[in-house]
Ligand binder design. Structure first.
Ligand code: SF4
Length: 149
């Protein structure tokens, strides 16, 4: 079965273990659903067929999380496409944060806010930085979706 754009499930090994083909690198990986995510993963029906979105991605109270993060396929480890999406006025996408901390936007207000308030933050730990940036952006009227690991 193929689900998501670059993962094919070759075999289900148990309730929480999947033998996966990484369609980008061609490598095989055994992915393991991590304990904290097992209840919500079960609730959504496990790994389903079809759909463009990888079914190991779940929505959490803080944003999104990969339920197999520590055993995720190689191409997932090497490519983090987006860690945060920033919206203005509901669902109008104003910008994304890619890689570790790079803003991609065509919104001059967001770019100015980023340069004035966020670029110079001195927080090394990524989780703390994510939460601080989310709070600053929300206080400034943006909506934020955070993709956590
Ligand atoms: S990082 Fe996790 S959720 Fe994202 S595509 Fe890879 S396995 Fe799926």
């Amino acid at each position: 079965m193929v689900s998501g754009r670059h993962i094919r499930i070759e075999r289900k090994l148990g309730e929480r273990d999947y033998y996966c083909r990484d369609l980008v690198s061609g490598n095989l990986a055994v992915t393991h659903v991590e304990s904290p995510y097992l209840p919500v993963f079960r609730e959504k029906g496990g790994y389903l067929e079809g759909d463009d979105q990888c079914h190991f991605l779940i929505r959490t109270t803080d944003g999104y999380a990969c339920v197999v993060y520590n055993s995720r396929p190689v191409s997932c480890r090497e490519f983090k496409c987006c860690r945060m999406r920033i919206y203005r006025g509901g669902k109008n996408l104003a910008g994304t944060i890619k890689g570790r901390r790079s803003l991609s936007t065509t919104d001059p207000d967001l770019e100015k806010f980023w340069n004035d308030r966020i670029r110079l933050l001195r927080i090394d730990e990524d989780g703390q930085w994510d939460m601080k940036v989310k709070t600053l952006l929300e206080d400034a009227g943006y909506n934020v979706e955070l993709y956590t690991s």
